[in-house]
Design a protein around this ligand. Structure first.
Ligand code: NAP
Length: 312
């Protein structure tokens, strides 16, 4: 049997993954593109994927597992032709840590006014901001999964007044956990900053629209570290221009790379990151892949399976 490593990435990045995977899984046979030959295709047992081309996993009759190297699987799930075998996503401890760092930087910078101080410097202004304690600054984290849960707890340890919102009930030390639609509007209305770490699904697409942005506290900020399509970009620009929101820190966009000339590039109240809030760290992620492969072969439960019907 063989393992297929398939994705849309530069050769150098693929080769780095391949060498780490080979070291973690010695003795395996690897294919680097979907085989055209039916004999070879019948040998493929597991597909390890990073944004593969739609349809590229078809015609693998003995495929038993698709293991994504990325945490978000929204694009994979849009591929209607994807074989109906178990799909596992990446949950990488190093990625969780990186996401917590990015969220902490964004929240701390908003709380202490550091983005505004950068603007003041460019304008040659010496103006000292009012200093609030972390406990006086309310943060709402949307999504309390692997990433959101870690982010909420990291912020709570720093002393922020952290609430979290998820679909089902959650319990996290130091975090006021809320769930369900009824809790959403009051939570949005209280927060000084909202950090989005929801997965992109049918229910969460366009989550930040004119209605939900109007439900946020006037002058609050939005930090989007999840997916661009969570936000109706034109509605966010309107909210920023009107002063309803003070600032948006955006790592993800509807179209990536963010197109030249997009208003976000030059908007004084927008801080842009090039989708780098948290990357899969191949050095730790290969262990996750290897563990799932061993579980598959031993008939043990697989880790981090996606529930296709709910979209994450
Ligand atoms: P996860 O472990 O699956 O957690 C998802 C969380 O969102 C869960 O708490 C879930 O609630 C909640 N949720 C889902 N649908 C909801 C809804 N309709 N209403 C309320 N809550 C809902 O996902 P994760 O690993 O934390 O990743 C989150 C997302 O981060 C990924 O899907 C990806 O889009 C994004 N991401 C971004 C980067 C980056 O660099 N910017 C890197 C990696 C991932 P339950 O707990 O009740 O199920």
């Amino acid at each position: 049997m063989s393992l297929l490593l398939s994705g849309r990435w530069p050769d150098a990045e693929r080769d780095q993954w391949l060498s780490l995977l080979r070291a973690a899984l010695p003795g395996e046979t690897w294919l680097l593109s979907p085989p055209g030959d039916p004999g070879q295709a019948a040998e493929v047992e597991v597909a390890i994927v990073a944004n593969p081309l739609p349809g590229s996993l078809n015609d693998l009759p003995n495929l038993r597992l698709i293991q994504s190297l990325w945490a978000g699987v929204d694009r994979l799930l849009q591929d209607q032709t994807m074989p109906a075998v178990p799909l596992a996503r990446m949950v990488d401890p190093a990625m969780n840590e990186a996401m917590a760092q990015t969220a902490l930087w964004a929240v701390l910078s908003l709380h202490r006014g550091f983005f505004d101080l950068q603007e003041q410097q460019r304008a040659g202004l010496w103006r000292q901001p009012r200093q609030l304690r972390a406990a006086e600054w309310r943060v709402l984290v949307l999504g309390l999964g692997e990433l959101g849960g870690r982010v909420a707890q990291t912020l709570a340890v720093q002393g922020y007044a952290v609430s979290g919102w998820s679909r089902r009930a959650a319990s996290l030390v130091g975090v006021d956990c809320q769930q369900g639609q009824a809790a959403l509007v009051p939570a949005l209305a209280r927060a000084d900053v909202v950090v989005n770490l929801l997965p992109l699904t049918e229910l969460t697409q366009d989550f930040f629209n004119a209605t939900s942005l109007a439900a946020m506290k006037r002058g609050a900020s939005l930090v989007n570290l999840a997916r661009g399509a969570h936000i109706v970009e034109s509605d966010l620009l309107t909210a920023l221009d009107s002063g309803q929101l003070s600032r948006a820190v955006l790592d993800v966009f509807v179209h990536e790379p963010l197109p030249d000339g997009h208003r976000f590039w030059t908007h004084p109240k927008v801080t842009i990151l090039p989708h780098c809030a948290a990357q899969t760290d191949a050095r730790s992620a290969v262990a996750v892949v290897a563990e799932n492969l061993r579980a598959l072969r031993a008939g043990l439960p697989l880790q981090h399976l996606v529930q296709r019907e709910r979209g994450y």
